[in-house]
Design a protein around this ligand. Structure first.
Ligand code: FE2
Ligand code: FE2
Length: 404
């Protein structure tokens, strides 16, 4: 092989190598939960930069090699072009390898062992409660435990109160609707979350949902190890049904919105909804909200209120079937009534309060910001009492959903 031929091979190898590394990283990222949502919700710039680099580097190298073949007598200008092409390829290669090594070494680092998991019952088994009283459960969402500015005292109070009630036979389970941690691919947040649950709520049964922050950059692997329900393989780990007598819970896979929802998951939801007796109470759980008051995000320009995709694609399936849809994602407490269904937001487990809303959802009946707490669901002979409580136990707002 001549010197010129070797030079051409090196130029091409660098360009194609850079494209291959970037393509592999992007394929992996878009195959794990949450990345499509991240892209859709205003964080496309780094992905587009990588796509641009991954296309530009090999195109430049190929163009240069074709030019050299057609005009073998190359001069100084050609040498400068070749240096530029190789430099672009090396930058693209290092960027792809660096980002890939950082993300993958974190996402695939050692996970918390199974014995550190909190009590995570199998949703396929009915939720039972002591004889002589009816069901009573609590829900909250968005603790963001490893973020400095989260309200750690409020979160601790919510967990300790629930554990004490469970020990006293007054509470059957606690549901956390996602965003337990800030950056799901980092081990540190999960270690803190699991340590806190062991300390403050060692025996309280938890049912968990995956939030967009939990899923961040391959975080679903850590979530599966730490928070997924026992025996989830029978359903999706992110979509499950839990029955408690005449009350039924359906958890949906909507960390950002419906980006990751598969046809199979959607068909499963339709089957479950049509299998529940109309006179029973159906409670739908989701990380991303449907109706919510909110604001336009300054950085991304996206509307964080009345979720367009969820309302257009998923809400019609729930119409007339779900009695109440409960979510987090927006860090508020809110009670909305619309289309014969109640829509509750309970993103109040300690995550930084979201901005003062510039938009009020038309069906909003009650709204609270900068309050922390939980939503308590209490079965009554006539229906279900839904009560918002502060982390100190103060009753803030309540409504009763009657059996039909
Ligand atoms: Fe959140
Ligand atoms: Fe969220």
């Amino acid at each position: 092989m001549g010197i010129k031929q070797k030079g051409r091979t090196l130029t091409l190898a660098l360009g194609i190598g850079a494209a291959a590394v970037i393509a592999a990283l992007l394929i992996w990222l878009f195959s794990v939960p949450g990345t499509r949502g991240l892209y859709r919700w205003g964080y496309a710039a780094p992905f587009l930069a990588f796509i641009g680099l991954g296309l530009f580097a090999p195109a430049l190298a190929l163009g240069l090699v074709a030019l050299q073949r057609s005009r073998p007598a190359s001069g100084g200008a050609f040498k400068r072009l070749r240096l530029f092409s190789r430099s672009v390829s090396i930058v693209a290669l290092l960027a792809g390898l660096g980002a890939g090594a950082f993300i993958l070494s974190n996402a695939y680092g050692p996970r918390a062992p199974a014995e550190l998991r909190p009590t995570l019952p199998d949703p396929g088994k009915d939720l039972t409660h002591p004889a002589g009283r009816l069901l009573r459960v609590a829900l909250s969402s968005d603790p963001h435990v490893d973020r400095d500015i989260s309200n750690h005292a409020a979160r601790a109070a919510i967990l300790s109160r629930a554990q004490a009630e469970y020990e006293g036979g007054e509470l059957d389970a606690f549901f956390i609707l996602g965003d337990f941690v800030e950056q799901g691919f980092l081990a540190s947040g999960w270690e803190r979350a699991l340590g806190e649950l062991r300390e403050l709520a060692p025996s309280l049964p938890f049912y968990m949902l995956l939030g967009n922050h939990d899923a961040m950059l391959g975080g679903s692997r850590r979530w599966l190890a730490a928070m997924a329900p026992t025996n989830y393989a029978r359903h999706s780990p992110y979509m499950w049904r839990l029955d408690a007598g005449r009350i039924h819970f359906l958890a949906l896979d909507l960390p950002w919105g419906p980006e990751d929802l598969s046809h199979r998951e959607k068909a499963w939801l339709e089957t479950q909804l049509s299998g529940i007796a109309a006179e029973d109470i159906t409670i739908v759980l989701s990380h991303a909200f449907f109706y919510s008051s909110g604001y336009v995000d300054e950085g991304t320009g996206k509307a964080w209120y009345d979720h367009e995709d969820n309302l257009r694609l998923i809400a019609p399936l729930l119409a007339g079937r779900a009695d109440i849809v409960i979510s987090g994602h927006n860090h508020y407490m809110e009670w909305i009534e619309s289309g014969g269904t109640a829509w509750a937001v309970i993103g109040a487990m300690g995550g930084k309060p979201d901005p003062e809303p510039s938009y009020r959802s038309p069906g909003s009946q009650w709204f609270a910001r900068e309050r922390y707490g939980r939503l308590v669901l209490e079965e009554l002979p006539e229906g279900l009492r839904c009560a918002f409580e502060s982390h100190e136990g103060e009753r803030l707002f309540e409504r009763v959903i009657a059996y039909r």
